[in-house]
Ligand binder design. Structure first.
Ligand code: PGA
Length: 257
């Protein structure tokens, strides 16, 4: 019922030439993604335009940004607006990644402002949530993630539910080579879906994709994507190589057929 979404978060990697090279590498492997899988790449903002050009030749692979500002325009040095993303052909934007929360002071309130602005300007959003190791050890992980989702989705209208994707990314698993076990991921994803039922409705929540993120690689993708509430991945390191990214797409394809 829910198409897998395999998303690459390139973070601060790949300028224009590396972006073109990586996407051409993907294009050499496939020019059309399998039907049951939607693909997404999120290069740094400076490379979005170059990426948009190459992506025209890869069916089923969309373009996303890693961040956006919540105002229309004006005196916000260094920031980029939703309209600029629209103009460049971005369909998605990642919001509230733990690295933005940790290093750039993004609070739940700021994430919510970005969510509302992005939806208003017709962008699809990937909202990142996840607990620290300390929170997990203190058994506060569910509470933390529930609060992050409720805050991020404050004042979001039910009509916009179809534009929402959630990425559960336990901070302790990001870039560490450590992953949540399939059981841990499923437990959290199920909980997240129940929170979404409360925010929207059961019918809408059933359709929202919940991605797992945190050291997803070709060798562990299958066991994670097999979980009933894991609808894809938000992939950092393994999305920077054409072969490992497309391998994960293939794994999702096999599971969806
Ligand atoms: P990772 O990053 O796959 O390198 O752990 C995931 C993310 O931060 O989105």
């Amino acid at each position: 019922m829910r198409n897998f979404l395999i998303a690459g978060n390139w973070k601060m990697n790949c300028g224009i030439s590396a972006t073109t090279e990586l996407l051409n590498g993907i294009k050499e492997i496939t020019t059309s993604l399998p039907k049951g899988v939607d693909g997404l790449v999120c290069p740094p903002s400076i490379s979005l335009h170059a990426a948009a050009n190459v992506l025209q030749g890869i069916e089923g692979l969309s373009l996303g940004a890693q961040n956006v500002h919540f105002e229309d325009n004006g005196a916000y040095t260094g920031e980029i607006s939703t309209q600029m993303l629209n103009e460049i052909g971005c369909e998605y934007v990642i919001l509230g990644h733990s690295e933005r929360r940790e290093y750039f002071g993004e609070t739940d309130k700021i994430v919510n402002a970005k969510v509302l602005k992005s939806l208003d300007d017709d962008l699809k959003i990937v909202i990142c949530v996840g607990e620290s190791l300390k929170e997990r050890k203190a058994d506060e992980h569910k509470l933390r993630v529930r609060k992050q989702i409720q805050a991020a989705l404050t004042a979001v209208e039910e009509k916009d539910a179809a534009k929402v994707v959630i990425a559960y990314e336990p901070i302790w698993a990001i870039g560490t080579g450590e992953t949540a076990t399939p059981d841990q991921a499923q437990e959290m994803h199920k909980m997240i879906r129940s929170v979404l039922e409360g925010v929207f409705s059961q019918k809408k929540a059933e359709k929202i994709r919940i991605l797992y993120g945190g050291s997803m690689k070709p060798h562990n993708a299958e066991e994670l994507l097999q979980q009933p509430d894991v609808d894809g991945g938000l992939i950092g390191g393994a999305s920077l190589k054409a072969d490992s990214f497309t391998e994960i797409i293939d794994i999702a394809d096999q599971l969806s057929s």
